[in-house]
Design a protein around this ligand. Structure first.
Ligand SMILES: Nc1ncnc2c1ncn2[C@@H]1O[C@H](COP(=O)(O)OP(=O)(O)O)[C@@H](O)[C@H]1O
Ligand SMILES: Nc1ccn([C@H]2C[C@H](O)[C@@H](COP(=O)(O)O)O2)c(=O)n1
Length: 254
């Protein structure tokens, strides 16, 4: 609605069109916090660490370990939402029929990861599980490369991803890559027993592993948004804790 007012200027009646009072949408202001030139900016006093790795590589366990660190906030992957959005289970549907439901799941993953990236953090360091980058470069890519995602779905998701990353500051300061063998993940996945994942074959974990290696170790496939710290995560929990303690300074200084 336009706001208008009749005012008298030099004895004549003039209609003055006024702008509606500026309404600040909290989500938009979160996404488009901008400087005086209108560029999207991030609070540089804060840093973001993304913990990356194959399915069941130990990312959630890593975040749990760091969760009682002062000045650090952990944000796990929103898997619960992917398993239940208003009573629907896009994760389960995707594993049942990836060609039909891959786009549905990955669209929702992209939205929920965008939410995690842009959620204001109270602590100076934000540690996230995975990222919008790996959603695209690993999981969407895998669906497409394995001919389970139609080209039109891939193109639409890519256009969304390109728009988001061009227009919104989703910068990452450090990637911690928990590097495992696919066989280790397979064992851990079986032990975790997540219902939707019971039919995941070892080959699937091999494919995800290769994409991670190309992206974060060889750095030959897609842009890597931050320096990468590679941690050998085939070790037992006790040894992992030793690794985490060795790298704690580097991680917190990101
Ligand atoms: N270093 C480890 N050694 C043995 N088991 C582990 C280790 N790290 C995690 N696990 C177990 O493996 C399963 C998957 O770990 P999780 O942290 O959920 O992986 P992710 O979040 O990467 O999917 C869980 O049952 C967890 O308890
Ligand atoms: N973009 C994504 C991200 C994750 N998934 C799947 C893979 C797992 O089944 C599940 C959660 O992953 P985890 O944290 O256990 O490694 O979600 C996907 O299909 N697409």
């Amino acid at each position: 609605m336009l706001f208008s007012a009749a005012v008298r200027v030099c004895g004549r009646l003039r209609l003055v069109i006024q702008r509606p009072p500026a309404r600040v949408c909290p989500v938009m202001s979160r996404l488009f916090h901008s400087d005086s030139q209108g560029n999207s900016v991030k609070d540089k006093a804060k840093s973001t660490i993304c913990v990356e790795g194959n399915i069941a590589s130990g990312k959630t366990s890593c975040l749990e370990y760091f969760s009682n660190t002062a000045n650090l906030e952990v944000l796990t992957e929103p898997v619960a939402k992917w398993r239940n959005v208003q009573g629907h289970n896009p994760l389960g549907l995707m594993y049942t029929d990836p060609t039909r439901w891959g786009l549905t799941l990955q669209t929702y993953v992209q939205l929920t990861m965008l939410d995690v990236h842009t959620r204001p953090s109270v602590a100076p360091v934000k540690m996230m599980e995975r990222s919008i980058h790996s959603a695209k470069y690993i999981f969407v890519e895998n669906l497409y490369k394995s001919a389970k995602m139609p080209e039109v779905d891939y193109v639409v998701l890519s256009e969304w991803f390109n728009w988001i990353t061009k227009n919104i500051d989703l910068s990452v300061d450090l990637i911690v890559y928990l590097r495992t063998s696919p066989e280790t993940c397979y064992q851990r996945l079986k032990m975790r027993c997540r219902e939707e994942e019971r039919l995941i074959p070892l080959d699937y974990l091999h494919a995800i592993h290769e994409l991670y290696e190309e992206w974060l170790v060889k750095q030959s496939s897609f842009p890597v948004p931050a320096p990468v710290l590679v941690i050998d995560a085939d070790k037992n929990m006790e040894e992992m804790i030793q690794h985490y303690e060795e790298h704690r300074g580097k991680i917190l200084a990101a």
